[in-house]
Structures are given as C-alpha cells and as structure tokens.
Write a protein that binds this ligand. Structure first.
Ligand code: BJW
Length: 248
C-alpha cells in the first residue's frame, strides 16, 4: 500500500491531464449513505427497485419518500477532505476533470471546476410527463417538499427527481465529456463499486487509451483487476495523504 501510494502520487505529480471518477464512497465520510454494502439499503429496498421509471410510475409517493429521506440527510452534510482535495486539483489545473456519479452536489459545494455529473442532481426536478412548458430541469432545494409527490411548476402534473434511473439514457453531452476525459495521463476511480454502466466502463477506456489507472476504495471491486494500482482504504484519508505528499 505504501509503494502503491508513492507510485500513484508520483504519477499524479508528473501528469498533465488527470481524470477522477467518483462514486458514493467519496461522500460516505460526509454522512451520505452509499447505495450498496453496509447501511446501503433504505427500508428493505435495493436501489435497483427504486431508481427506475417503472417504480416511479407504480408508486411515485414511495419513490419520492426515498428521495426526500436522502435530501434531508444530504442537506445536513458538508464536503469532506476527499471533495476538498479533488476541488483543489481542479482549481490548480484546467485539464483536471472530475466525473461523478453522485447526485449530492458535494463536489459542487467544495468548489470543483469542470465537473461532469453523470447521474444528475438530487436538488433538481423535472416534469414526469416532459410537458412542453417546463425547462429540462429546475432547482428545488425545499426540505421537506411542500407536497408528495411534488408538482411540475409549469403544468401542475407530477414532478420527478432530475436524476438518471436504471434503463434511462445519460445526457449524451455528459457521456461525451466523460469519454473525452478518458484521454488523460492518470485516471483515478474513487469510492465506486464499479458495477453501474456506462460509468464503470470509463476506467477500461482510459487504460486502453494509455492512461495510468488507479483505484481508491475501501474494498476490492471489479475495477481492481483492471487498474495499474489499487489502494484499499478510506478515500478522504488516502487523498489527504496524496495531497500532503504533493505539498498541497
Ligand atoms: C468507500 C468509502 C470510503 C464506502 N472511501 N470507498 C452494460 C453492462 C451491464 C449493464 C448495463 C450496461 N449498460 C447499461 C446497463 C444497465 C444499467 C447497469 O449498469 N446495471 C448494472 C447494475 C449492471 N445501467 C443503466 O441503466 C444506465 N443507463 C444506460 O446505460 O442507458 C443506456 C441503456 C438503456 C437501457 C438499456 C441498456 C442501456 C443508467 C444507470 C443509472 C444509475 N442510477 C443510479 C441512481 C441515480 C439517482 C440516485 O442517486 O438516486 O446511480 S443507481 C446508483 O448506482 C447511483 C450511483 O451513482 C450508481 C453507482 O453507485 P456507486 O456510486 O458506485 O455506489 P455504491 O454504493 O455501489 O458503492 C460505493 C463504494 O464506495 C463501495 O465499493 C464501498 O466499498 C466504497 N466506499 N466508503 C472509499 N470512505
């Protein structure tokens, strides 16, 4: 682990272009629940049972109850050392890209520049029926929401969280930006179980395109066998150590 940490730090020091892909584990130390693993379930549901348009069509109130519970939790959370380190890398170099699967906006609150949010934001809503009068998304930070399910501000129909559910396409512009970012010198995947696609594919793309690839996670994931270096431990601590070795 010591060698791996030094190897990764020296690659980062020499890199012109760094890309970091983050997942729920990056926000765990802030108190945001992850999706999978210990404490990852809300009631008895798996995310695959709630984060779908079918689940929402069947029972919008139940799905909104889950999102309201998460919004309430996230509202009281603040960025941790992992968000801070990544934000400072993005501020130091305009060719550093942070690509996140997280919808909590903690990277934004930490001041990250050039952020790609692959799965949207829990603080944005959109019209379930995509009515012609509504913009694609709008911001709504009410906690709790005035009614469940909340209404579309423009047609008074049902509103949904502006996040990407299973079976839904990601915004092509975000996918293109993330794919562009796989052309880099160092590609680091942090705090993600690396099982949800297309996000999980980017580390493979980066490796194929010649990047030095690394993973920071509490435990091994399917990405561990792909990357040049896998470091197992808390992201907030390891990124803090790397930043200290970089002199930041
Ligand atoms: C720590 C830590 C600490 C803890 N420090 N580490 C190709 C192959 C197979 C399947 C597919 C495929 N292409 C598409 C699919 C289907 C599907 C998919 O991937 N399914 C898999 C489950 C197999 N993908 C999709 O449907 C995607 N759409 C798509 O591809 O469209 C085209 C298409 C359409 C139809 C058919 C086919 C193609 C959309 C995926 C959307 C995912 N949405 C969610 C919900 C977002 C909204 C919300 O938040 O509610 O995104 S699901 C959920 O999983 C969320 C997350 O962003 C995502 C990833 O989770 P993440 O971040 O990795 O969290 P965890 O909890 O899984 O892991 C946390 C990790 O952190 C753990 O490993 C811990 O150990 C670690 N950790 N503390 C470091 N302190």
């Amino acid at each position: 682990m010591h060698d791996a940490l030094h190897q990764l730090t020296s690659r980062i020091r020499d890199a012109r272009r760094i890309t970091v892909m983050t997942g729920a584990g990056v926000s765990a130390a802030s108190g945001v629940p992850t999706f999978r693993g210990p404490g990852g379930l809300w009631r008895q549901y798996r995310p695959e049972e709630l984060a779908t348009a079918q689940a929402f069509a069947r029972d919008p109130s139940l799905v909104w109850e889950w999102y309201e519970w998460r919004r309430e939790r996230i509202a009281s959370c603040t960025p941790n050392r992992a968000h801070e380190v990544l934000a400072s890398w993005s501020q130091r170099s305009s060719s550093c890209r942070i690509v996140t699967q997280n919808v909590d906006d903690l990277h934004v609150r930490a001041g990250t520049r050039g952020l790609v949010r692959l799965h949207g934001s829990i603080w944005e809503l959109s019209c379930w029926r995509r009515c012609a009068s509504a913009p694609r998304t709008w911001r709504d930070e009410h906690v709790p929401l005035p009614e469940r399910p909340p209404r579309c501000r423009f047609c008074d129909g049902v509103a949904r969280p502006a996040v990407v559910w299973f079976g839904e396409s990601l915004d092509p512009a975000d996918v293109a930006a993330a794919h562009d970012a796989t052309s880099c010198d160092v590609f680091l995947t942090v705090g993600t179980s690396a099982i949800v696609y297309p996000a999980a594919a980017f580390v493979h793309d980066a490796k194929q395109r010649g990047a030095f690839t690394a993973e920071i996670n509490l435990e091994p994931t399917p990405a561990s066998s792909v990357v040049d270096v896998a470091i197992h431990g808390p992201a907030e601590e390891i990124l803090g150590n790397i930043e200290a070795m970089l002199g930041g």
